[in-house]
Design a binder for this molecule. Structure first.
Ligand code: SF4
Ligand code: SF4
Length: 305
């Protein structure tokens, strides 16, 4: 069996990537299983998805605790203990990170266990689609390459899964082309299959239920949300171009996290320690006075500047 765990942020497409991988494996005659896990819906919050691939029927269910391959769709998740991307990784695990850094640079900065490979899917999505978050086909294609699936299966799986989501034919074709390009470009580190996770030798299996706090935010004391610095979620930061701002307050009204305050001169001030980088303010600003700038650290570290 090969067990794959995807990590991403809400809106990036980790769940769709896991489905693309599972469908591609199914098209090649494997047994495949995929499922996601996410808590309260929130754009930018950590999410995970799981795919299992085997030649035999798959008896395991639930989250993948000891993955053979980990696909990290957003490098900032490595620094986020709540995302638990490092759970169950050992020196044999292959870890893919969506990052502009090379594998050597990334490991030097993070001491990430496992065998690391990287590719900058965010920049590719930005250049090819004009959208930084549309990486599901790219992430699924890279995973397919790392587990040894054929390019044609990946191409077909992208078409099927994106058609199910209602994408236009032209958009699907574009995703196929870019996905296949990423498939070819990722530095190859082969994933080694392993046995299924051992069950205890009991006749009757008792399912293990995850604590609700694993997938759901826990509020253990009133008024402590300021302590959760969601600035670490950000891949792109909104930056004000003061000359273009007309002081309309729309960014203030649209920010879902209330991290924009307005000066007496009607100019926005962004709290970068808590801005999660959703870019809604950039999208809604009528004068393009807010622009998205990519964080320089490649997701390895961030600072409120
Ligand atoms: S939405 Fe744009 S123009 Fe309006 S206050 Fe915000 S930055 Fe200025
Ligand atoms: S300031 Fe802009 S990018 Fe940051 S959380 Fe608010 S809407 Fe999203």
């Amino acid at each position: 069996m090969i067990a794959i765990r995807f990590h991403g942020r809400g809106g990036q497409g980790a769940k769709t990537a896991s489905r693309i991988l599972g469908t591609a494996a199914f098209l090649e005659g494997f047994v495949a299983q995929d499922s996601p896990i996410y808590g309260a819906e929130r754009r930018g919050a950590p999410v995970a998805a799981f795919t299992r691939i085997d030649k035999k029927p798959i008896r395991e269910r639930g989250l993948v605790a000891r993955p053979h391959l980990v696909m990290i769709g957003d490098a900032s998740l490595v620094q986020d203990p709540a995302a638990r991307v490092l759970d169950g990784i050992d020196e044999r695990t292959v870890v893919f990170v969506n990052s502009p850094l090379t594998a050597e640079q990334f490991q030097a900065q993070t001491s990430l266990p496992g065998r690391v490979t990287t590719l900058d899917l965010t920049e590719t999505a930005l250049q090819q689609f004009g959208k930084r978050s549309a990486i599901s086909a790219l992430l699924g294609a890279v995973a397919g390459r790392l587990v040894g699936l054929q390019e044609e299966s990946i191409r077909e799986a992208i078409a099927r899964e994106l058609a199910d989501l209602g994408l236009a034919v032209s958009a699907i074709a574009r995703n196929q082309a870019v996905g296949v390009a990423c498939y070819a470009a990722v530095p190859m580190v082969s994933v080694t299959a392993g046995p299924p996770q051992p069950f205890p030798p009991a006749a009757l299996q008792v399912p293990t239920y995850e604590s609700p706090t694993r997938g759901t935010a826990r509020i253990s004391a009133a008024g402590n949300s300021m302590l959760r610095e969601t600035g670490g979620w950000r891949t792109f930061r909104p930056v004000l171009v003061p000359d273009k701002c007309n002081g309309c307050w729309l960014c203030f009204a649209y920010c879902p996290d209330g991290v924009i305050s307005m000066t007496k001169e009607d100019r926005p001030v962004i709290d970068y320690a808590h801005c999660k980088g959703c870019q809604i303010c950039v999208h809604e600003c009528p004068t393009e006075a807010l622009v998205a700038e990519r964080e320089k650290e490649g997701g390895v570290a961030w600072k409120a500047k």
